[in-house]
Design a protein around this ligand. Structure first.
Ligand code: G3I
Length: 506
């Protein structure tokens, strides 16, 4: 069990609450009502990425890894990307533990949040002892380039700056070596440096005790509004959301909405709850999930750990207990996500928009029950009926993402394995994790080239416009336009490249 770390008032407060919580824990007991047998895992239910902070030191615990891979669609390395782990000695970078976590996440089709490039916490002494502004500026730039450059193409969102504001009533800046030597400007400088180091990543400002309106979140709001007005490359605000037994949905939702209205994405980045009451925790987590679902630019909820036994907080702060049993809070989160269902299916004959959830059904007379599905990385067409196993259906469901070109070109991200896309390579079609390269993006983008009569649409490769997504003998591949007229429905070839866009199963 991890002791609460020393450090800021925030942590001392959390420690104090945690200690009180432990004493009271024996009083409160709620029998967790498990979700129905065969209920889909958290990652299945929602347009949200549901992540967990993962520590390299627990990857030898099979239950830890299995629970993570089964239930979650995202990851944040808990400590492995911080400055003390990645550049403990000036200019000497080490990424082994973080690379291990990233590789495991990519193999599971998960999205990776990077945490964190610039923070006063877990900062090596050699940085804290710098007394020259010029030296610190170049040191910070070198660190950002070194770390964000190493992971370039693999990070969904970076916590570029963590906890730069204090907890005082004025919402003032936190004192740190960065603030003292470089002033307020270090933040936007870090965002600009991070953008240059990894253009594929979205960039966040991350802080705690900010999930409702208060002096701190108001100060952050003012900073983000200024950044957006001046074109500073910020894409997101991360709300750590370490709860102490309270999460009023309306207040959280309105606070998230006001940031979204500034034009940034909203993410819950470190959710846990130090309350001793299982009932309160379940209600708190449900409120946070509902608040996020209600704000269209809120796209992620990361829990700060998988199991209570490894949490930084003493007590019962997470979804799984020390035996990896689902708690009442798991059921509460699961049921809110399930009730929210999936994003609206594309209206029959309606236009596809980014975020539409679709399945691609073959229109060939022989095979109208066959759908493009991924299996072990390969793309196949296979029969899928309403009684097919959940995994079959989930593997045949794709989220439409905007493609490289403006207009109708589309890329199809697996809904069951977020972060991985339908891609072709040497005529064969796969589901693969994006590496952020232009080649990959082009191979994973398909442009409707007119449609057969009715709802069918043919999908040509963005990279090779004369080659179309086609199925043949149940395999899916890219084939050049072999017929006199690719959309002439009289030839079987043309039918094999035409897909009906249908809504996913419930
Ligand atoms: O790596 C050393 C190890 O060599 C040594 O043997 C061991 C015992 O002293 O300590 C290990 O370092 C610990 C580190 O976690 C890695 O396990 C530090 O002592 C410990 O203080 C550190 O705690 C982390 C804490 O940040 C540091 O402030 C927690 O695991 C981590 O969950 C927590 O996460 C932060 C977020 O990054 C930012 N938001 C707040 C959140 C909670 O504090």
């Amino acid at each position: 069990m991890r002791l609460s770390p020393p450090g800021s008032r925030h942590r001392r407060r959390m420690t104090a609450i945690a200690a009180a919580v432990t004493a009271a824990a024996v009083v409160t007991g709620v029998v967790a009502v498990q979700p129905g047998a065969g209920a889909a895992p958290l990652r299945q239910h929602s347009r949200l990425t549901i992540g967990a902070a993962i520590s390299n030191s627990h990857l030898g615990d099979a239950l830890y890894v299995n629970t993570w891979r089964t239930e979650f669609s995202g990851v944040t390395p808990e400590n492995e990307m911080k400055w003390d782990a990645t550049e403990p000695i000036q200019g000497q970078f080490q990424f082994g533990p973080a690379d291990t976590i990233v590789a495991q996440a990519q193999s599971a089709g998960m999205r990776v949040r990077g945490h964190t490039l610039v923070w006063h916490g877990q900062l090596p002494a050699w940085v804290g002892n710098i007394s020259s502004a010029a030296t610190l500026q170049s040191t910070m730039d070198n660190h950002i380039r070194g770390v964000a450059g190493h992971f370039a193409g693999k990070i969904w969102y970076w916590d570029v700056i963590n906890e730069a504001f204090s907890d005082d009533a004025a919402g003032s800046r936190r004192s740190s070596v960065f603030q003292r030597l470089l002033g307020d400007g270090y933040l936007e400088h870090a965002f600009r440096t991070a953008r240059a180091a990894d253009p594929a990543a979205k960039l966040c400002y991350n802080d705690y005790n900010t999930q409702t309106a208060n002096a701190k979140s108001n100060a952050i709001y003012a900073m983000v509004r200024d950044f957006k007005a001046r074109g500073v490359p910020i894409d997101c605000v991360g709300f750590q959301t370490h709860l102490g037994g309270s999460a009023p949905q309306a207040a959280v939702q309105s606070n998230f909405q006001r940031f979204a209205d500034l034009g940034v994405d909203v993410q819950v980045t470190e959710l846990d709850d130090s309350t001793s009451s299982a009932t309160t925790e379940a209600a708190d987590f449900a409120n946070v999930v509902r608040a996020c679902l209600a704000v269209s630019r809120c796209n992620n909820i990361t829990f700060w750990g998988v199991t209570d036994k490894y949490s930084w907080i003493t007590g019962q702060p997470l979804l799984f207990d020390g035996n990896y049993t689902k708690k009442a809070s798991y059921t509460a989160v699961h049921d809110v996500l399930a009730a929210a269902g999936t994003p609206a299916d594309p209206p029959a004959g309606g236009t596809l928009t980014p975020g539409s959830v679709v399945s691609l059904r073959a229109t060939t007379a022989c095979c109208t029950d066959r759908y493009v599905r991924h299996q072990n990385g390969a793309a196949v067409t296979s029969p899928i009926s309403s009684s097919s196993p959940a995994l079959d259906k989930a593997d045949a469901t794709w989220v439409v993402r905007s493609g490289l070109a403006s207009g109708s070109c589309l890329s199809f991200e697996s809904r069951n394995a977020p972060g991985s896309y339908l891609r072709h390579r040497n005529y064969v079609v796969y589901r693969q994790v994006s590496d952020g390269s232009a080649q990959f993006d082009a191979d994973a983008t398909f442009c409707p080239q007119g449609a057969k009569a009715g709802s069918g649409v043919s999908l040509a490769s963005y990279n090779f416009p004369t080659r179309f997504l086609r199925h043949y003998n149940n395999t899916v591949h890219i084939a050049s336009n072999g017929g006199p007229n690719a959309f002439d429905s009289t030839t079987s070839w043309a039918a094999d490249v035409t897909w009906a866009v249908t809504g996913p199963w419930a």
